[in-house]
Design a protein around this ligand. Structure first.
Ligand SMILES: Cc1cc2nc3c(=O)[nH]c(=O)nc-3n(C[C@H](O)[C@H](O)[C@H](O)COP(=O)(O)OP(=O)(O)OC[C@H]3O[C@@H](n4cnc5c(N)ncnc54)[C@H](O)[C@@H]3O)c2cc1C
Length: 306
């Protein structure tokens, strides 16, 4: 069984940064990512709020640069999913789908994923009109009509992106005001292609082979309306990728991993960084900061006498 001082799980901004800091400190590490490295940023057209890029930078370009930063180091990389972690002090067993490895410290950087609406038609039409990624699927709706669901930053940003491709974008939000930043709200409200529908929820997604219409309910008036749309983009929040962690790790009610300011969980030697962590600002810049802190804390932990 391969053994490491530290094992980093996840190849988004948090995981890549944690690897870089550990490698620069001379720690023997292993790193796994279940898909290609990059994380959620790969689903983002442009990042405008990462310092150093005043014109913005395309999501995939930023992640290419981050990963390239690791290329001068030699270390074990796996393309595999972590299924389970068995915690023991400085003797953790990490079960990947293909093999098992051991590590004294583990840094969990597995991020988060989109939530589903849970309405009839959503499952059935996923990939046939229902999507969770504007960057991935937006082009299929060129000059068509789409609905975006949500009211946070992602819903606002992605509606703006889709308005460049689609003929019309309905932005459906269950409240009477958005949660997203003012700057995005202003851009959305000024955009002639975006029609905002407040106080409303999607009750059903309908169609034959592909999405053809949605049924929406106005929660204030209780009126139901059928809207003809070709696509439905769901941006209603995220849930953590934390189903493989030891059951003794403290999590919040939504399953996000609780840590202290040093990224230490309640189990010694198990650290968490980035979007998988219980925190309020889930962004690239905070994921990177968490990754650096987690690596530093893991380094200090490894120096401790057993
Ligand atoms: C549409 C969209 C737009 C966004 N726009 C912005 C923006 O403009 N600015 C900004 O700062 N932030 C933005 N964000 C948020 C930003 O992408 C995240 O905050 C950031 O990517 C979090 O990084 P992370 O490393 O914690 O997690 P992630 O990026 O989620 O990476 C986690 C990685 O872990 C891997 N993984 C998961 N489970 C396992 C497992 N069991 N085994 C192995 N690997 C696993 C995943 O495949 C993934 O690659 C946006 C997010 C989205 C979805």
């Amino acid at each position: 069984m391969k053994e490491y001082e530290a094992f980093v799980i996840g190849g988004g901004p948090a995981g890549i940064t944690a690897c870089m800091y550990l490698l620069r400190a001379g720690v023997k590490i292993g790193w796994t990512e279940k898909f290609a490295p990059g994380g959620q940023v790969l689903n983002t057209e442009i990042i405008e709020n990462y310092p150093g890029f005043p014109e913005g930078i395309k999501g995939y370009e930023l992640m290419e640069k981050m990963e390239k930063h690791l290329s001068s180091f030699e270390f074990d990389r796996f393309t595999d999913e972590v299924i389970k972690i068995e915690h023991a002090y400085k003797d953790n067993k990490i079960k990947l789908s293909g093999e098992e490895v051991k590590a004294k410290a583990v840094i969990i950087c597995t991020g988060a994923n989109h939530k589903k609406l849970g309405v009839p038609g959503e499952e059935e039409f996923t990939g046939r009109g229902v999507s969770y990624c504007a960057l991935c699927d937006g082009m299929f709706f060129k000059d068509q009509v789409v609905a975006c669901i949500g009211g946070g930053n992602t819903a606002l940003e992605e509606s703006l992106y889709l308005s460049k491709l689609a003929k019309k974008v309905y932005l459906i939000h269950r409240r009477d005001q958005f949660r997203g930043y003012k700057i995005y709200q202003e851009r959305v409200l000024k955009n002639p292609k975006i029609e905002v529908i407040y106080d409303s929820v999607v009750e059903e997604i309908r169609g034959k082979d592909n999405v053809e219409e949605i049924l929406i309910l106005n929660k204030k008036t209780q009126n139901k309306t059928e809207l003809k749309v070709d696509g439905v983009f769901v941006f209603i929040g995220i849930a953590p990728n934390s189903n493989f962690i030891p059951k003794d790790v403290d999590v919040d009610p939504r399953g996000f991993i609780k840590t202290d300011n040093e990224m230490q969980t309640n189990l010694p030697g198990i650290f968490a960084a980035g979007d998988v962590r219980a925190k309020t600002c889930r962004q690239v810049v905070t994921a990177v900061g968490d990754g650096a802190q987690a690596a530093h804390s893991a380094y200090l932990f490894l120096q401790e006498k057993d």
